[in-house]
Write a protein that binds this ligand. Structure first.
Ligand code: PLP
Length: 321
């Protein structure tokens, strides 16, 4: 979220978060809050929380609250539905739907002005449709249609664009390189029609229910894990989690466990890239989360057997480290 702030010509400031993932408001002094125009507050891991205190703090100071729902597309955040605390809410469709891109801006309070986004060209629209089928094929959803779809994949192979290295391979060390890897030019384009259509037609309820089931299965499968536990002791009946956050005791041990899990190609990630120049605040729980919270995917397309295998492999790695 730093890249769009910089692109808008603004200066980001950072606040620490507490053990619940919410801002430590008492650490923001009057001078900083007087300079602030907007505050971004995320519902981390898709485990949303009520934002009444944050909302009141922002209102008293004339700060616009943007509720960052990138991890939390569905459900209830305390007393209100997700997205209804902020003056504005933003969401990330690719984290919940099988689309390669697309974001959402919403407001329960304000009219949204037209963003003046350009439509992507015909080539990008066609590629987006083929990508959906190719992605499904990779995940073995369309085995029966293999021969029917072959000409489409051939066509796409003829219009390959130059390969862009994955962001993790770029390892940007400074702000400019980081901006480039965020590919902010895309922010000026409308989402492709394929992304919009999929978002409209896919069954939301099924996605939420599958994610809840996978989260609960991970929680149950990891009970008693050596030197590790669920980051939060809570149920997920009111939300659709993005990941299962697993706290691992000891930063160096967490590094080793994470490295092993990645090497074994388990569906796990960690926030291991910090924006250059981000101040390190000793009281910031977020800093410890970047190393010691391993985020296990609970995506709707993972089956009960997948989840069992991930939990068993994780238990085994934790035992041996
Ligand atoms: C908390 C948070 N906000 C916003 C974003 C941005 O979402 P997108 O990648 O769809 O731009 C992310 C992406 O990971 C995120 O984790």
């Amino acid at each position: 979220m730093v890249a769009p702030v910089l692109q808008a010509g603004l200066t980001p400031d950072f606040f620490p978060i507490g053990p619940d993932g919410l801002p430590q408001l008492e650490s923001i002094d009057a001078g900083r809050s007087a300079r602030a125009r907007v505050m971004f507050v995320a519902h981390y891991f898709g485990l949303p929380r009520g934002l009444q205190v944050v909302q009141a703090w922002c209102r008293e100071r004339g700060v616009t609250l943007v509720e960052d729902c990138a991890h939390s597309y569905f459900g209830q955040a305390g007393e209100r539905p997700v997205g209804q605390w902020g003056d504005y809410a933003t969401a990330s469709l690719s984290k919940f739907f099988p689309v390669a891109e697309a974001g959402m801006l919403a407001s329960a309070r304000h009219a949204l002005l037209p963003l003046g986004l350009r439509a992507p060209g015909a080539r990008a629209q066609i590629k987006a449709v083929v990508d959906v089928f190719e992605f499904s094929r990779l995940h073995r959803h369309l085995a029966g249609l293999r021969h029917l779809l072959a000409p489409m994949f051939w066509l796409k192979s003829q219009m390959r664009v130059p390969v862009v290295p994955a962001t993790s391979d770029l390892c940007p060390t400074d702000t400019l390189a980081m901006m480039e890897s965020c590919d902010m030019g895309r922010a000026l384009l409308q989402p492709t029609l394929a992304a919009v259509a999929l978002h409209r037609i896919l069954p939301m309820h099924r996605i939420a229910v599958r994610r809840q089931a996978n989260y609960r299965a991970l929680a149950a499968g990891l009970v008693g894990a050596a030197g590790a536990r669920a980051l939060f002791d809570r149920d997920v009946d009111q939300c659709a989690p993005y990941v299962f956050p697993l706290w691992v005791d000891g930063p160096q041990r967490a590094d080793a466990v994470y490295a092993r899990m990645r090497a074994d190609r388990l569906p796990v990630f960690r926030w291991d890239r910090m924006w250059p120049g981000t101040p390190v605040d000793k009281g910031d729980v977020g800093t410890t989360w970047t190393r010691q919270v391993l985020q296990l995917l609970c995506h709707q397309s993972l089956s009960a057997a997948d989840i069992r295998a991930v939990a068993d492999a994780t238990l085994q790695i934790l035992r041996t480290h």
